[in-house]
Ligand binder design. Structure first.
Ligand code: NAP
Length: 310
């Protein structure tokens, strides 16, 4: 039976287990995928903790993880355009996790992998890079405008920095001091939230304020930069709706549009976008991978190599 890494009840890391479960059957519009790599995201531990149970009710045990890259094994009824053997990536069907040898994907949202894109890089894209891409699309900045990204050194931030810089946007990104050189290499002016006097330094860097703020941290990190948020500053958050609301921020609503993943895949395959995969763990070390993400201080993206299996 295929292996999954699941949580048996809502709670902390002690509710996580490896389980052998029957292979899932693809339903209407779904494809069954042999997972080669799976992305690890903060949402994984938030779902395990039960923070999303009101809008994502799950039957337990539930497999962890929400995004994979792999090979189609079987297609469910009504699927057109995908067949066994196709290399695809995308977000999993609600309730079918990614930390597993087999996962279900909605066919309509699964994207084909172009030549030159590895499974590891593809698995890093659906959630974090997809969020960065759609956040920037929503902010709609023009070349020369100034964007402040809070939490620029993680999964979403490293992609947002690169995409914005590619469009000629001037990016200032906050991260811990250890990530300063890394962020600068991606195209941002880096600001160390644990070293610099952020409020003062921001006023020097952005005397007229920021045209936009992309908040990936929330809390004090967002209230601490109030000095560069003016009437015309657009603020988008994916981290803290409550504090962001004070600044008239919009919470990103992912469009789930079919164009996002192919666009990102082409950029990576062409060598124009670095998916910034900082650590790859075998599936057997899923607990360590998730603990690293749960620490809240990763560099870039964490991915599970599922081809290595047990
Ligand atoms: N709503 C959605 O659709 C959606 C989608 C994706 C993600 N999210 C949320 O967005 C947030 C970020 O996601 P992610 O995948 O980028 O997380 P991540 O990969 O864990 O990265 C978080 C980054 O924030 C940095 N950080 C922590 N405290 C900070 C502070 N006070 N100031 C600046 N940086 C700080 C961390 O490292 P350092 O402290 O070392 O710099 C780390 O690099 C999470 O809350 C996640 O759940 C929401």
């Amino acid at each position: 039976m295929p292996l999954t890494y699941a949580f048996i009840e809502y709670g902390g890391p002690d509710v996580q287990r490896f389980l052998d479960v029957p292979a899932p059957e693809p339903g209407e519009g779904e494809v069954l995928v042999e997972v080669r790599a799976a992305g690890v995201n903060p949402v994984d531990w938030k779902v395990r903790e039960g923070m999303h149970r009101a809008f994502l009710p799950l039957r337990l045990p539930a497999t962890l993880g929400r995004e994979v890259a792999g090979t189609v094994v079987r297609t469910g009824p009504g699927v057109v355009g995908l067949a066994a053997g196709d290399r695809v990536f995308g977000s999993t069907v609600g309730g079918s996790g990614g930390y597993a040898e087999l996962a279900l994907l909605p066919a309509a949202k699964a994207a084909r992998m172009p030549d030159g894109l590895s499974f590891t890089d593809a698995a890093a894209l659906p959630i974090a890079a997809g969020t960065a891409y759609e956040s920037l699309a929503e902010l709609g900045l023009a070349p020369g405008q100034r964007l402040l990204i809070l939490g620029a050194g993680g999964g979403v931030g490293t992609i947002a920095v690169q995409l914005a810089a590619m469009d000629g946007v001037a990016v200032v990104g906050t991260a811990s001091a250890a990530k300063r050189a890394f962020l600068q290499s991606l195209g941002a002016t880096a600001m160390a939230y644990d070293r610099d006097d952020v409020a003062d330094r921001l006023r020097d860097l952005l005397p007229a304020g920021a045209d936009a703020v992309l908040d990936l941290v929330g809390g004090d990190a967002l209230s601490g930069v109030a000095g560069v948020i003016t009437e015309r500053t657009r603020v988008t958050t994916v981290a803290d709706e409550e504090i962001a609301a004070r600044f008239g921020a919009r919470s990103l609503k992912r469009t789930g549009g079919t164009g996002t993943l192919p666009a990102l895949a082409e950029l990576v395959a062409a060598g124009k976008l670095d998916p910034c995969v900082g650590r790859v763990f075998p599936l057997a070390e899923a607990a360590e991978a998730l603990a690293l993400v749960e620490s809240g201080h990763v560099s870039g993206k964490v991915v599970l190599d599922v081809a290595g299996r047990r």
